[in-house]
Design a protein around this ligand. Structure first.
Ligand SMILES: Nc1ncnc2c1ncn2[C@@H]1O[C@H](COP(=O)(O)OP(=O)(O)OP(=O)(O)O)[C@@H](O)[C@H]1O
Length: 432
């Protein structure tokens, strides 16, 4: 009896609190955010006046709250970005509330007390996460639930590959290589670049096995991409800068062939020309092809040639079915050829060391402030920037996907002979 009374009043109390919170009556993070901003030195003194960050709008979404603030004169978005950790810690310095949606998940036919205990435990370890952006007003998004730290890999469809789970509605975001052909990828070591490249290749092999062609350049000692060496979709693979030039030349000469074919047909691009094949040039550690880092004159010339071809492919390849993915862990000024950067409308950056490195990859700061979570990244297209958790792919998935496409010894020999022949035919590189 006593237990029933206790449970009923506890439930009643929680329900009331949850209801008021759901209606936005009790939770007022907007005020708390304003207070944290003031206390962390974001106010501006103007003579006798103190200019503060002013709330303009707040809106409840399924994932949490969005607040819009007018920032005082004399402050920049960067000033607020620099305080993101202070804001997040301040917001999480609170007593935990049970929400209406938490209540909806309870099963009243099962052991309620146990469920409530579990819910409370989850609440104590849960952390709200925030995201900042700026569109003339400062936008602060406060998410009820943190973004998952691990997301399983599932293949995309056609030329759409999974990029990661976004917070809004917990949905998977895809990158469509037919819409945005080239991608620049950056991030400090061990945050997930190679894993992402593996998931792109695996997804494409799974979805477009007879139309996808790879030109792979793995300058990290061949440990990452060697799995794909003997699959029929890989036209050429390189492990050293000298080999990289060969691989790029092969891709370049194929690009010229397609260009001639389209010209003959009087078509503007592969879509119009009914050409289904797509060619992916993937360079893992493009920094190894940076001529300014070359030691000898020959090496410098070789790397310059590589960069010239990569720039040509970035500039002209899109309509000819060529897609380029350039990855680097050293995002310094000249590591990604300028034309490649300019022609890549999508960028994916894992955590980097500094705001400067973030600017090299994304053209904006922010990737240096990502949490130290493997696989967490900013995906940026021409009009949108989203934080997401990239899927983690396992060796088992990679192996089972490529197994049906592995070449036999005779086919490998045949492929090598064709490549050798093409190399001989690829005389000199000329501008298209
Ligand atoms: N999306 C992810 N989710 C969870 N863990 C991940 C994810 N991506 C990578 N990891 C973990 O991080 C480790 C390093 O990842 P990865 O090899 O892709 O890093 P990297 O950025 O390519 O590093 P480096 O530049 O040093 O080669 C992986 O072995 C894996 O355990």
């Amino acid at each position: 009896m006593l237990f029933e009374i206790l449970t009923t009043s506890l439930m009643g109390g929680i329900a009331l609190k949850a209801f008021s919170k759901h209606k936005g009556l009790s939770s007022n993070d907007s005020g708390k955010i304003q207070r944290i901003m003031s206390l962390s030195g974001l106010n501006v003194r103007d003579g006798k006046d103190t200019l503060t960050t002013q709330l303009v709008k707040k809106k409840r979404f399924e994932w949490g709250w969005e607040y819009k603030y007018r920032i005082p004169l004399g402050r920049s978005f960067g000033d607020y970005e620099a305080k993101i950790k202070v804001l997040e810690d301040g917001l999480n310095n609170r007593k935990k509330n049970i929400t209406f949606s938490d209540m909806k998940q309870l099963d009243f036919n099962k052991d309620l007390l146990l469920q409530l205990q579990q819910l409370w435990k989850t609440k104590l370890t849960e952390r709200k996460e925030i995201e900042l952006s700026y569109d003339g007003l400062l936008i602060v998004r406060v998410y009820d639930k943190p973004l998952a730290k691990e997301v399983s890999f599932t293949s995309g469809e056609g030329w759409r590959v999974p990029v990661g789970l976004i917070r809004a509605l917990n949905t998977l975001k895809f990158h469509d290589f037919e819409i945005v052909p080239h991608l620049v990828l950056g991030g400090a070591t061990r945050y997930g670049k190679s894993n992402f490249i593996n998931s792109v290749i695996t997804s494409l092999v799974h979805s477009e096995p007879s139309s996808v062609n790879f030109y792979l350049i793995d300058l990290k000692g061949g440990v990452e991409l060697c799995d794909y060496e003997n699959i029929k979709q890989t036209v050429s693979i390189a492990y050293e800068p000298e080999e990289a030039l060969n691989t790029l030349q092969l891709a370049y000469s194929r690009m010229r062939e397609i260009q001639s074919e389209l010209r003959r047909k009087g078509k503007k691009n592969v879509q119009e020309g009914g050409i289904k094949e797509r060619y992916f040039i993937i360079v893992d550690e493009v920094g190894e092809l940076n001529p300014t880092e070359a030691v000898t004159k020959e090496e410098k010339i070789l790397k310059q040639q590589c960069q010239t071809i990569m720039s040509q492919i970035a500039r002209l390849g899109a309509g000819l079915g060529f897609r380029q993915i350039l990855a680097t862990q050293y995002p310094t000024g000249d590591v990604i050829p300028r034309q490649c950067k300019q022609n890549s409308d999508a960028k994916l950056s894992f955590r980097v060391q500094s705001a400067t490195a973030s600017r090299v990859v994304l053209d904006e700061t922010g990737a240096e402030l990502l949490p130290q979570i493997k696989g967490r990244a900013i995906y940026q297209t021409a009009d949108k920037r989203e934080i997401l958790q990239t899927p983690l792919i396992t060796s088992d998935i990679i192996q089972s996907t490529i197994l049906p496409h592995l070449l036999g010894e005779e086919e490998i020999h045949e492929k090598e002979t064709i490549i050798e022949q093409r190399r001989i035919d690829t005389v000199t590189f000329t501008e298209v």
